[in-house]
Design a protein around this ligand. Structure first.
Ligand code: EPS
Length: 358
């Protein structure tokens, strides 16, 4: 299940091609709506105010509402770019932005809204993953759910996944939403930005998905999540907290009733164990700021860099569906690879139930 995307933030359209999709999955344009809305800009005051329709056109690979097994082409036309806001930035590098690296690599770049490096690109990842999520849910009962687990210095006091979809932050503690609103309002007024962390949990993943050495499940997850723009770190299970743990503390005790904990995050030796997969993703603060900063232009002159346009003060706020999408895309690929190699073999006794205790 291979996905590639195309398109720039202010080009005529963005799109993706999905190759290797199983045939027979029921898909209609309206199936994309929910996750695309969850990811979109312009739906709350806490994100960029660009208002895109995000209407998916299915160009190929689906006949009479079912995938045919041939490459799927999806297209979304850009409906609300305002390219004239970017005239100044076309000649300048935003410190902390991909501008400079693109320029060094290609010697040319599309500066309108960040071009190819814009978070606009993630729309198509989410669209492709709608198909993956559907197949995973129907075949295996896999459910991929994310939530915002840190906004700047603020962390949830409790984790209640049932409230995540009820607030614009995907925050798992309803009591703190007003505090987040105040924080984001002050941040937006100040012209600055902030980082965030997104956690994703995938339940229902059977044991056996992944490869033992090259193409480890956790390696694939890390690469996929790291490929989202603005991501600076990925943890699986206890991640960096494992550094300070003792082996006696980290190992997940096995009982006939289930694993007694989930420090491993559902992966051992690159292969799923049947426990919930746990990933955590760090997003840097965005670099398109109204606050001036000394920088360079393309001629090497020292300039004051100020970014106008419609930007996200915290791109992590709408990254939950994007992280879910990348996890789902890895999982469908791993499921198909596992089936190709092992068929139904590979789930052998004793099989420990995947639930966590403690
Ligand atoms: C983005 C800048 C803003 C955001 C954009 C991500 O838009 P523009 O490219 O017009 O400057 O609105 O996000 C989206 C349009 C989207 O759909 O996610 C950036 O610099 O990353």
């Amino acid at each position: 299940f291979a996905v590639t995307t195309f398109g720039e933030s202010h080009g005529p359209a963005i799109g993706c091609v999905i190759d290797g999709c199983p045939p027979g999955i029921g898909i209609a344009p309206e199936d994309f709506r929910r996750d695309l809305e969850r990811r979109a800009t312009g739906r709350t005051r806490h994100t960029s105010q660009r208002r895109e329709a995000d209407e998916v056109e299915i160009l190929s690979g689906v006949y009479e509402g079912r995938t045919t097994g041939t490459p799927i082409g999806l297209l979304i036309r850009n409906t609300d770019p305002r390219s004239k806001d970017y005239a100044r930035i076309a000649e300048q590098f935003r410190p902390g932005h991909a501008d400079y690296a693109y320029w060094q690599k290609y010697g040319i770049r599309d500066p309108r809204g960040g071009g190819r490096s814009s978070a606009r690109e993630t729309t198509m990842r989410v669209a492709a993953a709608v198909i993956a999520k559907k197949w995973l849910a129907e075949k295996f009962g896999v459910r991929v759910q994310g939530y915002l687990s840190q906004l700047g210095g603020i962390v949830p006091r409790g984790i209640d996944l049932s409230v995540v979809e009820d607030n614009p932050f995907f925050w798992p503690d309803a009591q703190q939403v007003a505090e987040l609103e105040r924080y984001m309002d002050a941040l937006r007024k100040s012209g600055d930005s902030v980082g965030a962390r997104v956690d994703v949990v995938a339940t229902g993943v059977p044991p056996g998905w992944g490869e033992p050495v090259y193409g480890k499940l956790d390696g694939e997850l890390a690469a996929a999540l790291m490929s989202i723009n603005a991501v600076k770190g990925v943890e699986i299970g206890d991640g960096f907290a494992s550094v300070a743990q003792k082996g006696s503390e980290h190992r997940d005790r096995m009982t006939p009733q289930g694993f007694a904990s989930n420090h491993a995050g559902g992966v051992l030796g690159g292969i799923s164990t049947g426990q919930p997969l746990r990933c955590s993703v760090a997003f840097k603060p965005t670099s398109s700021l109204r606050l001036p900063v000394e920088g360079l232009d393309v001629h090497g002159n020292v300039v004051d860099v100020v970014t106008t346009g419609r930007h996200d003060p915290c791109v992590g706020i709408r990254a939950t569906p994007i992280c879910e999408a990348m996890v789902a895309l890895v999982l469908i690929d791993q499921a198909l690879r596992h089936r190709a190699q092992c068929g139904d073999v590979g789930t052998v006794a004793p099989r420990i139930p995947g639930q966590i205790h403690g």
